[in-house]
Write a protein that binds this ligand. Structure first.
Ligand code: GAL
Length: 513
């Protein structure tokens, strides 16, 4: 929904809030407020905000190498070398989080910033100090750090051994995780091991654009998938055995959950197969009662591989021991959600669409956007709020009464735009679906906006903005300014409901709170 500016800014803001409340009024009930204890936060990731790419002895990651390569240097002529300069400007991030009254801030640790060689033979004192200070200052501001160990930043040294397709990564990731816990687990109690296996494995290897830019869609996504599961489990078990008794925290993995709907009632079964292939492959091994791959995916992959002439499934089997090792290794279900797709079988001669649910090549299916979709700045992410409630209910139906934590949700805009009404609407409508799912009985305990601040949106660069706070990338100090959505989110948090007194945003804008 786009709202007209009427006369003067204030009037436009009031009108926006009025319309938003009226819009919500249709499905809204006064019972729909966030319960006590519900946690609100915002997220970032190290490569996307930190900059300081080689500061104080940091080692190179696969993203540094990719954007420094001749082949990619022309890509918008942009890199994450400086980004939002959070390596130096991190106090501004804490201030933004505190200004909005966030309960927590989810950030990630750069593996090669802590371990420049990727291995524990060299530990960078500057890297260790950087995150240590950030954690201390967050805690002093009353904000809980939620820490992701891996958000796509693999040290090049490990990539050169095959990265996520080499089973060695399981132990290497375990070593790194142990070191990070030993540094910070006394102060951090919520851990996310790996962000979005489907991006690391499927998106990366199916298209060969994301680092390390290797296109090998046949085996690599599935080898990587298995190793992500095992590496996560390794990190979970290390926490469980060596740190939990002392520190008492929680550990999970953040999966990206695209909601998949059928185009016609005939496509119901295909839609379910689509969900299992994209969500289940990264969740079933951990959260299901049986463990291992989702049975329908396993069957599909066996049949496809046989048809292609392979003697074994391209989806590598788990041994019984591995199955047990992975099963149950999460203390809550962490999910990133942005959008919904519709699925139908590919027609004769039509190439299967392979954007996000990258298994659609195996599924021989095509993805479409929900009819009548609206968009932010990214046309791969149609806005479709009802999908979120259905997705959350599906998670419960699949994996039982698990605690659910929304670890990312947000919308991209572009250009300079402090008056981001479209983001306000997106967040409001998606949060409404969270509340409705909670009424349905889904145990959601937290919600995270992607992102706290504008950042380097991978191959979409700096013009694609996800921030509640705008970052001025022309300013050497990378100054941050709150958007309308930051004020809105702060008011939701303060009143613990989506409908709040109109004066709340006004007072924040006038610097009165
Ligand atoms: C997620 C990812 C983030 C961010 C976001 C917006 O998939 O975890 O790094 O880029 O998408 O596209």
């Amino acid at each position: 929904m786009r709202l007209q500016r009427i006369v003067g800014e204030d009037r436009a803001i009031r009108t926006n809030i009025y319309l938003r409340n009226a819009l919500l009024g249709t499905a809204w009930s006064s019972r729909l407020e966030f319960p006590p204890g519900f946690q609100f936060g915002a997220a970032t990731s190290s490569y996307q905000i930190e900059g300081g790419w080689d500061a104080d002895g940091k080692g190179p990651s696969i993203w540094d190498r990719l954007f420094h390569s001749a082949a990619n240097s022309g890509y918008f002529n942009q890199t994450g070398d400086v980004a939002a300069d959070s390596y130096h400007q991190w106090r501004q991030d804490v201030k933004a989080a505190a200004d909005m009254g966030l309960d927590f801030y989810r950030f990630s640790i750069s593996w090669p910033r802590i371990l420049p060689t990727g291995r524990t033979n060299v530990v960078s004192p500057a890297g260790v100090r950087y995150y240590s200070q950030l954690i201390d200052v967050l805690l002093a501001a009353g904000i809980k750090p939620v820490v992701t160990l891996y958000h796509f930043e693999l040290p090049v040294t490990i990539q050169d051994l095959g990265g996520w397709t080499n089973p060695l990564i399981v132990d290497l990731f375990g070593e790194y995780a142990r070191l990070v816990y030993s540094l910070y687990a006394d102060r951090v109690d919520t851990w996310i091991t790996i962000n979005e296996g489907i991006v690391i494995c499927d998106l990366t290897y199916n298209f060969g654009q994301f680092a390390p830019q290797i296109k090998e869609p046949t085996f690599a996504p599935f080898l990587c998938n298995k190793h992500v599961m095992l590496a996560h489990a390794k990190a979970y078990r290390i926490y469980d055995e060596e740190f939990r008794a002392k520190c008492g925290g929680k550990v999970s993995i953040a999966n990206n959950l695209l909601w998949v709907e059928p185009v016609t009632p005939d496509d119901l079964e295909l839609a379910e197969l689509g969900r299992q292939h994209s969500i289940g492959r990264f969740s079933h091994p951990i959260f299901s009662k049986e463990g291992g791959w989702p049975p329908t995916t396993e069957k599909l992959m066996r049949a496809v591989s046989r048809r292609e002439g392979y003697s074994q499934s391209r989806l590598p089997a788990f041994t019984d021991e591995e199955k047990k090792f992975v099963q149950g290794t999460a203390d809550f279900f962490s999910l990133n959600h942005y959008t919904t797709s519709m699925i139908r079988p590919a027609r004769a001669g039509e190439a299967p669409g392979t954007w996000f649910i990258n298994g659609s090549a195996e599924l021989n299916a095509v993805l479409e956007h929900p009819p009548g979709s609206t968009y932010g700045a990214l046309d791969i992410m149609p806005i479709y709020p009802p999908g979120f409630r259905r997705l959350l209910n599906w998670v419960r139906q699949q994996y039982g009464d698990v605690e659910v934590f929304v670890s990312e949700n947000g919308l991209a805009t572009s250009g300079t735009n402090l008056e981001d009404h479209i983001r306000v609407d997106y967040l409001t409508r998606y949060m409404e679906q969270v509340l409705l799912a909670m009424e349905d009985g889904v145990r959601v305990t937290g919600y995270t906006v992607w992102s706290l601040i504008d950042n380097f949106e991978w191959f979409d660069g700096y013009n694609t903005k996800f921030g509640l706070y705008e970052v001025d990338f022309e300013d050497p100090a990378r100054s941050r300014r709150p958007r309308l959505s930051a004020h809105h989110y702060a008011c939701v948090i303060k009143h613990r409901r989506l409908k709040y007194p109109e004066s709340c945003v006004q007072e924040r804008r006038n610097g009165r709170r």
